[in-house]
Design a protein. Structure first.
Length: 302
């Protein structure tokens, strides 16, 4: 112990055990023996005077105090890893970025474009983690985030990537053909909903000056646009999808728009990072690249 700080090995052993729920699994991850991990965690509890884990036969459960402490330890271990990678990058061993991103935007828009960034900046490794809700950078080991909002997050700097523009209803041609009333195709379609945008269909019907019937709310709900789009392709119904995500499917004829009405969206996609921290060359390069690939998208909308 130094200045009240526990041994790093003990903290790693505790965090792994709390996260994995097993001394054996923690030992395997850390390349230690079961007894070594057990001794580290037990010693940590004795030093703190707090029960962090409960042990019932072969099962391990985290106490309320242990869960809170494990989360804090995990954050600091991730920050230590990030700082270590930063030192390595300044020593010429490569540079790295850790970016939080929305899952659908990552898989359908960002990742397919990353080879271009890698071609231009082969020494910068960009790691991605999924975050669907706003967060404080101080609480997470991220250099930056790509997110959906009406404005850039407070106390951050960055750029707007592009406006979402509009949501439009899409379905397969087969689903549309099977609609009960061709003159009113939407009435015969199962409406698929996004959990994060529960009022989207209601707002769409209001924008079209049409009645929102209670039966519309009965359709299934999905957490991600990727799930919703997959359900649409599987013929499960009609969904409101951002045009930039659905356009390729529409152009290829794999999906159709049953009606012309759209829902205008005020929100956009942003890239930002803590304003109070000096940004690395790697982060500046990534921001410049993002600005370059999204500028034509913004021009096309004006």
């Amino acid at each position: 112990m130094r200045n009240g700080i526990p041994n790093l090995g003990a903290l790693q052993a505790f965090e792994a055990t709390a996260r994995l729920g097993s001394f054996s699994r923690a030992a395997e991850e850390l390349s230690l023996t079961h007894s070594a991990v057990y001794r580290q965690v037990t010693g940590l509890e004795q030093r703190l005077g707090v029960e962090l884990l409960t042990r019932v036969r072969r099962r391990v459960a985290v106490t309320s105090a242990g869960a809170e402490y494990a989360a804090r330890v995990r954050h600091h271990l991730e920050q230590l890893e990030k700082d270590t990678l930063g030192v390595m990058s300044r020593s010429g061993m490569g540079r790295s970025l850790h970016v939080a991103v929305l899952p659908t935007l990552a898989t359908t828009w960002l990742v397919p474009r990353l080879p271009d960034f890698q071609r231009l900046h082969g020494d910068i490794a960009v790691s991605l983690s999924v975050r669907t809700l706003p967060f404080q950078f101080n609480d997470h080991p991220f250099d930056a985030a790509i997110y959906h909002a009406e404005q850039i997050w407070p106390q951050t700097a960055g750029i707007k990537l592009f406006d979402e523009g509009e949501l439009l209803p899409v379905c397969t041609a087969g689903v549309l053909a099977a609609a009960a009333d061709p003159a009113h195709p939407m009435a015969g379609l199962t409406h698929l909903h996004m959990s994060s945008r529960p009022d989207a269909w209601r707002q769409w019907y209001q924008a079209q000056q049409k009645a929102y019937l209670p039966s519309i709310s009965a359709g299934p709900r999905y957490e991600l646009f990727t799930m919703t789009l997959a359900a649409v392709k599987a013929g499960m119904g009609v969904a409101l999808i951002p045009r930039f995500l659905a356009q390729d499917e529409l152009d290829a004829g794999r999906l159709v728009a049953p009606v012309e009405g759209v829902l205008k969206v005020r929100a956009a996609y942003f890239f930002s990072y803590p304003a109070a921290i000096e940004q690395s060359e790697a982060l500046r390069a990534f921001e410049a690249w993002l600005a370059g690939i999204t500028h034509p998208m913004q021009e096309a909308k004006t």
